[in-house]
Design a protein around this ligand. Structure first.
Ligand code: CP
Length: 307
């Protein structure tokens, strides 16, 4: 297919064919990271800017490594020591950096829509690295890639996404991605953390973790986002753990075969127990490994559209 987009802001706007094209492109890039010299010249001469207004370990590092493995130059913009702290807007910040002839912004922000605002103001490629409660498209793409790698398909699989659905950009991107590729998605969590009307976008809703897990091929546990719980969505973390935490005491993992996924960072002992995270059916580190290939594909496809 002929890729035409310079931005990747979410999976909602992508077609099934576009998502599959990114996954196929990522498959061809995966091998690069196994070479003694982990580099191809695909984006030599291009400059990628990491513009992270929120903390990150995996996404920021993964984009930086992906860009470097494509031979691009990378600038890690330090928000805390920049003129953002003097009140400069995100648009002025991006336009001033763009004036130094860069090609791509990777944007993480606590506000939904911040990457869209920047993409409307610049000619460079803009990739959403997680915006508020909206989307985290490359997380979902690496999750889809990992599931396809393990199961050989996505269509027909049953995935249970468990936890704080309301605040989760990872849940939203995964719902779009998995439903477009033909998986059956169930969301499970406390009623107070379940967006009203979510069934309308093609998912089933369940309030019992035992029921959700019993039917699933993939158990996808979300991080409880303590930084976004300003209201009392549940009585205490102990109650959350009792009702919606996943641990091997609650589930006999030998009875039914399913894989465990988590986007990270994990709250060990809260939404997932350490023994569950370390089980042989846990794909958590495989997800992280695959993030590089997926982000190489996204950078390769989008940055080449910038002239
Ligand atoms: N999964 C994820 O987005 O992790 P980071 O916050 O560490 O980037």
């Amino acid at each position: 297919m002929n890729w035409k987009r310079k931005d990747l802001l979410g999976l909602e706007e992508l077609s099934r064919q576009e998502i599959e094209f990114i996954l196929d492109t990522a498959k061809s890039f995966k091998e690069v990271s196994t070479r003694p010299v982990k580099k191809v010249p695909a984006l030599r001469g291009k400059t990628i800017v990491n513009l992270f207004f929120e903390p990150s370990t995996r996404t920021k590092t993964s984009f930086e490594l992906a860009a470097k493995r494509l031979s691009a130059d990378v600038l890690n913009f330090e928000v805390s020591t920049s003129s953002v702290s003097k009140g400069e807007t995100i648009v002025d910040t991006a336009r001033n950096i763009e004036a130094m002839k860069v090609d791509c912004f990777i944007v993480r922000h606590s506000v939904s829509g911040a990457p869209l605002i920047i993409s409307n103001a610049v000619k460079s490629a803009v990739i959403n690295a997680g915006d508020g409660c909206h989307e985290h498209p490359t997380q979902a793409l690496l999750d889809l890639f990992t599931v396809r790698e393990v199961f050989g398909k996505i269509s027909g699989l049953k995935i249970a996404i468990i936890g704080d659905i309301f605040h989760s950009r990872v849940a939203r991107s995964n719902i779009w991605g998995f439903t477009k590729l033909g998986a059956k998605v169930t969301v499970c969590g406390p009623p107070t953390l379940m967006p009203r009307g979510i069934e309308k976008i093609g998912v089933s809703v369940c309030y019992s973790i035992k029921e959700a897990v019993s039917k699933a091929d993939i158990v996808y546990l979300l991080r409880l986002q303590k930084e976004r719980q300003q209201e009392n969505f549940f009585p205490s973390q102990a109650e959350y753990r009792n009702y919606f935490g996943f641990d091997t005491k609650k589930f006999d993992l030998t009875k039914k075969k399913f894989v465990i996924m988590h986007p990270g960072p994990m709250n060990r002992g809260l939404e997932i127990s350490t023994d569950a995270a370390e089980k042989e059916n846990s794909l958590i580190l495989q997800q992280v490994t695959n993030g590089i290939a997926v982000r190489m594909a996204v950078l390769y496809l989008t940055v080449r559209q910038v002239h």
